[in-house]
Write a protein of this length. Structure first.
Lengths: 430, 415
């Protein structure tokens, strides 16, 4: 018997211990990102995502040394974990001016505003450096990009075998490209990316004629484009939904790529199906109507037209990019807005990529779905006496809660009375 | 906003207002129950002579047991008489009663046998016949299927003897066959909660009660003044209550006086009995409606409003809201009335369940988890059936009026 118990204990212990022995990193696709500035964290996160990895942002106040063991890649915007990272041989990527002392590089700051010329990846850009701007004075290893100001030429970033470091980066200039290059190097990726144009957050209640016109104009201008479609969870049997899917099918036939926007959580998801089930339903409904929408698996780095306006290609006609980038537009409200956007894209000599080509070489042919024109809509959303009922709802909820508490208190009291009256030893009534 | 929405809104307000009133009555009723439980029993300084009237029509299955339990009451046997009005029975009740008389020939037990010429006009008429022969200072009424607890009469007498403002003291009835099936379990909970706790609440808050058909004591002089029972009233108890209010008397509830009676065991019998109650109560309401605006007694006004709100307002509101919901779902009407949150409705159902449950703590063996689930089930089944009964009773009453049909007194079938 004792042997059996011992054997069982050993077996259980073995089962418990076995997974522990196999632990390496939680997921090599995940990147630990320790930050103390949320805005900087978002820029870095987007760069990491554009390289196909998943950032795991951790506020520096929540950071603990143990976390270092779980990740292969560590990006720091906060300086505190640097020691841990170096000790665990992580070759951390350190970004920003938080790093006053860093192995293999000397950093100084400027004491007044000054003009500077940025140069990275065959692109140049002029910017104004603010007072306090940090720059590298001495370094080991490989330099990435350069910043020229008042006779100084300093690298945007440096890469050694033990550490990667860029004291300055901004989403508003090409220093982000230098960081992108370093991120590529960090993840072992080859430089080079495509630029996409996207019309973001397309809803069923947008003007479908305007959507079709957008597709026509981009198509006729030779600009491939992406539309980010908001998921739809209900009323898919309505004729208006059929009209919407017809419009999307038309957009597809004009070389438009459709991707599903991530769901926006409103708090009402507590009631009804789980969000995964809803998303599956949304994909299926579109597919049933012949609309093929990609899941959002690529996350190109967003750049603005304003930023691109200041970028000059050094030797080539087009701007070169180390990673995939995307220019986003909101749904155009009128033709003038649409024309202005196309004019800007064309005037920049931007080389726009075809998102579809990442998945297929086919362009669907447009076939219109039949729309039930006899369908009668129930006016949704109209709620008469809404104020009265909503206020009544609040008042009644309070009353019901108070009543509930009173009754529960009476039940507790009643239970004691019940026990005392009917079950007290030697005193049974009835 | 349209008229349908307005109707829906009014219905909603009525339903919630009456739910709150019922809530208040239950809490007050429970307070009264605690008061009665903790107060010492009243002592009788004398034993007034009592006449117990038992109207019976084809009650052979139960009458012997009832009479024997009445003969066994904890009250001096020479201070009360039992008068059984065997009203136009076609079964062997007469022989059975004669046999009981023979066995208890030393007791004041009278049996009045009537036929279709001398009786057969319903319970009120039978009570009037029995009353004429009675000699008691107080009259007590028991239905033919009752088994009163031994102290039931003593509690009633003690209360009425101690307060001259009381014309009537009522006890309560319990369900003897409560464990037979789900229907009798529902009825058991219904009697404890909706009848007795509501009665106790009305007494506690407004000194108001309505006489049930059984287990009550009434002063002889009060019956003399009101001229006996109204033979046209099918719900003779409610009718009597209203006339007593009009005289300025009070009717008190004494929950310690208990009688056990048999309740319907099949839906058909239950339905017929409850339709009779509904029709009877509507008759009384219509009869006394003019007095709502003229009568001196505030009690009758309040009780009239209470019954009107239950039988017409609540019923009407429930039917209207259900009909609107159904018609809207079928697309026959367009309703845009904003709705109360699902959470609130769920909380209301929970409140209903625990409110009913609290009333069950007043009786031994009723505070059970199974009763909690039965109560929840009751909300979705029995309460809906009551709506059907009330609606059907109202329609039947109107048909009787239109075709000048006389409402027949339906005797509840015994099992």
């Amino acid at each position: 018997m004792i042997r059996r118990i011992l054997a069982s204990i050993l077996l259980i212990a073995a089962v418990i211990v076995m997974p522990l022995q196999n632990i390496t990193y939680a997921d090599s696709g995940q990147v630990l990102l320790v930050y103390n500035d949320k805005e900087a964290m978002e820029v870095i996160s987007n760069l990491i995502k554009a390289c196909g990895k998943t950032p795991v942002p951790v506020d520096s106040v929540e950071y603990s040394s143990k976390m270092m063991d779980d990740y292969e890649y560590v990006v720091l915007q906060d300086a505190a974990p640097l020691k841990d990272a170096l000790q665990s041989d992580k070759r951390p990527l350190c970004l920003g001016d938080e790093f006053k002392v860093i192995p293999g590089a000397q950093v100084e700051t400027i004491n007044r505003k000054m003009h500077a010329e940025l140069n990275v990846y065959e692109n140049t850009q002029s910017i104004i450096l603010e007072q306090g701007f940090s720059y590298i004075t001495e370094y080991d290893g490989e330099a990435v990009g350069s910043i020229s100001f008042e006779g100084n030429i300093t690298p945007m970033g440096v890469m050694t075998d033990n550490i990667m470091f860029a004291p300055y980066f901004s989403k508003d200039d090409i220093t982000a490209f230098a960081v992108a290059k370093m991120v590529n190097e960090y993840f072992g990726l080859i430089d080079g990316g495509k630029m996409y144009v996207m019309i973001d957050e397309v809803y069923p209640f947008d003007d479908i004629d305007m959507l079709a016109l957008t597709a026509d104009k981009f198509y006729n201008s030779g600009i491939p484009f992406v539309m980010s479609i908001m998921p739809v969870y209900e009323n898919m049997d309505y004729p208006s939904f059929k009209k919407y899917t017809n419009a999307l099918k038309y957009i597809q036939s004009r070389n438009g790529s459709l991707i599903m926007h991530e769901p926006i959580m409103t708090g009402n998801e507590l009631v009804g199906d789980d969000i995964d089930v809803r998303m599956e339903k949304a994909f299926k409904s579109f597919e049933d109507d012949g609309v093929y929408i990609y899941e959002e698996t690529l996350f190109p780095y967003e750049v603005s037209l304003d930023m691109l306006a200041g970028v000059q290609p050094q030797n080539e006609l087009f701007i070169s990019l180390p990673i995939d980038t995307i220019i986003k537009f909101e749904v155009f409200e009128n033709e003038a807005e649409l024309d202005a956007a196309i004019e800007t894209v064309n005037s920049k000599w931007l080389q726009i990529g075809d998102y579809n080509r990442n998945f297929t070489d086919n362009v669907p042919v447009y076939e219109e779905n039949e729309v039930d024109t006899a369908f009668t809509y129930r006016e949704k959303g109209e709620r008469s006496f809404a104020f009265l009922v909503d206020r009544g709802n609040q008042v009644l909820t309070v009353i019901v809660l108070i009543s509930g508490f009173i009754i529960i208190a009476l039940i507790v009291f009643g239970y004691r009375l019940y026990r005392a009256k009917f079950f007290k030893k030697g005193r049974q009534h009835e | 906003m349209n008229n349908v929405d307005l109707m829906g809104l009014i219905a909603l307000i009525c339903i919630w207002a009456l739910l709150m009133v019922n809530q208040l009555l239950v809490v007050a009723g429970y307070v009264y129950y605690i008061k009665v439980t903790k107060s010492p029993a009243k002592v009788l300084s004398r034993y007034p002579y009592i006449s117990i009237l038992v109207p019976a029509h084809n009650e052979a299955k139960v009458i012997v047991k009832t009479v024997e339990s009445l003969l066994d009451l904890n009250y001096p046997s020479n201070r009360y008489e039992i008068i059984v009005i065997n009203d136009n029975s076609s079964d062997n009740s007469k022989d059975l009663l004669a046999d009981v008389q023979r066995r208890y020939n030393d007791r004041a037990l009278s049996v009045i046998n009537t036929d279709k010429n001398t009786g057969g006009k319903g319970k009120s008429n039978a009570l009037n016949i029995g009353y004429k022969q009675s000699k008691g200072e107080y009259i007590v009424v028991y239905d033919a299927d009752n088994t009163p607890e031994r102290d039931a009469l003593r509690y009633l007498v003690a209360e009425i003897e101690n307060d001259n403002e009381l014309a009537v003291v009522i006890g309560k009835f319990r369900t003897r066959n409560r464990d037979v099936n789900l229907l009798t379990r529902f009825i058991n909970i219904e009697t404890l909660s909706f009848q007795w706790m509501a009665q106790a609440g009305r007494w506690q808050l407004f000194n108001l009660c309505t006489i049930p058909g059984t287990n009550f004591i009434i002063r002889r002089d009060v019956i003399d003044k009101i001229g006996g029972w109204d033979i046209n009233a099918v719900a003779e108890d409610t009718e009597l209550s209203f006339r007593i209010y009009a005289m300025g008397y009070k009717i008190k509830f004494m929950p310690l006086s208990v009688t056990w009676e048999q309740e319907p065991q099949t839906l058909k019998v239950w339905f017929k009995q409850r339709v009779r109650w509904v029709k009877g109560n509507i008759y009384v309401l219509i009869k006394h409606l003019p007095t709502l605006f003229s009568v001196k007694s505030h009690r009758i006004k309040f009780d009239m409003l209470y019954f009107l709100s239950i039988y017409f307002v609540l019923l009407g509101a429930l039917i209207i809201s259900d009909m609107l919901f159904l018609l809207n779902a079928l697309g026959l009407i367009t309703m845009t009335l904003a709705s109360l949150s699902i959470l609130l409705w769920m909380m209301a159902i929970f409140l209903f369940t625990i409110t009913v449950f609290i009333t069950l703590t007043t009786e031994k063996g009723e505070m059970r988890i199974s009763n909690l689930f039965i109560t929840l089930l009751m909300y979705f089944t029995y309460c809906k059936l009551w709506m059907v009964v009330a609606a059907y009773g109202l329609v039947q009453y109107l048909i009787d009026i239109v075709f000048k049909r006389k409402t027949r007194w339906y005797k509840t079938e015994r099992f």
